[in-house]
Design a protein around this ligand. Structure first.
Ligand code: HEM
Ligand code: HEM
Length: 146
């Protein structure tokens, strides 16, 4: 794959990454909204749209991260014919695992206090991993810039 064709691929990656951070922020707001309403004194009923919104945003986050993984793997295979050229690979796989763990903890374990805390811990780790993948991605992208 020649350089210009790789450049448009990584432009999509940069935009998707921006969307990923926006989606993460909206998930944090809606998630903390759910938590705040439940923990309020007295507990208030939450609007019917809040949970579906959080779920829809969560689904989008999973989709975006899988898209970024695909772009990264396809682009790297096209360029080198092999994977594993930097720490970016590890950071990328970490992000994908944590997003899936977040979806599983969110969908199956939020009925108990321990489960809800697990969902929050996974999402804290996910934020760190997202910053790692951004940092390592930024470093590898430098060698393709004109
Ligand atoms: C990756 C996909 C995700 C899915 C499928 C998901 C799903 C869920 C579900 C089903 C709940 C329980 C809602 C209820 O009580 O009815 C929940 C709660 C919550 N989620 Fe998520 N979530 C995801 C990602 C995230 C992310 C990235 C964050 C934070 C940045 C987040 C923060 C929260 C918070 C703060 C709560 C409230 C916990 C509580 O009630 O104490 N979620 N999530
Ligand atoms: C969730 C976000 C992301 C995931 C899951 C992801 C995943 C991957 C993976 C698995 C690879 C193959 C790495 C290898 O085998 O060495 C890759 C390559 C690459 N990614 Fe990402 N990536 C993400 C975000 C980004 C961002 C934000 C950038 C740019 C700032 C970026 C730029 C690149 C570049 C330039 C390569 C080619 C690697 C090289 O030349 O060594 N990625 N990505």
């Amino acid at each position: 794959m020649d350089l210009p064709s790789f450049l448009w691929l990584w432009r999509i990656a940069a935009w998707s990454m921006g969307l990923t951070f926006c989606t993460y922020g909206l998930l944090a707001i809606t998630g903390l909204g759910i938590r705040g309403l439940r923990q309020g004194e007295p507990p208030r009923s939450r609007p019917a749209w809040l949970r579906p919104l959080h779920l829809g945003l969560g689904l989008s986050l999973v989709g975006l991260v899988v898209l970024l993984l695909t772009i990264g793997i396809v682009g790297t295979l096209g360029e080198y014919g092999s994977l594993g050229h930097s720490w970016h690979l590890g950071a990328g796989l970490l992000v994908v695992s944590l997003v899936l763990a977040s979806a599983v903890t969110g969908l199956r374990h939020t009925q108990t206090i321990a489960g809800r805390n697990r969902h929050l811990q996974v999402n804290g780790a996910l934020l760190v991993a997202l910053l790692l993948v951004l940092g390592t991605g930024w470093v590898v992208v430098q060698k393709y810039l004109p």
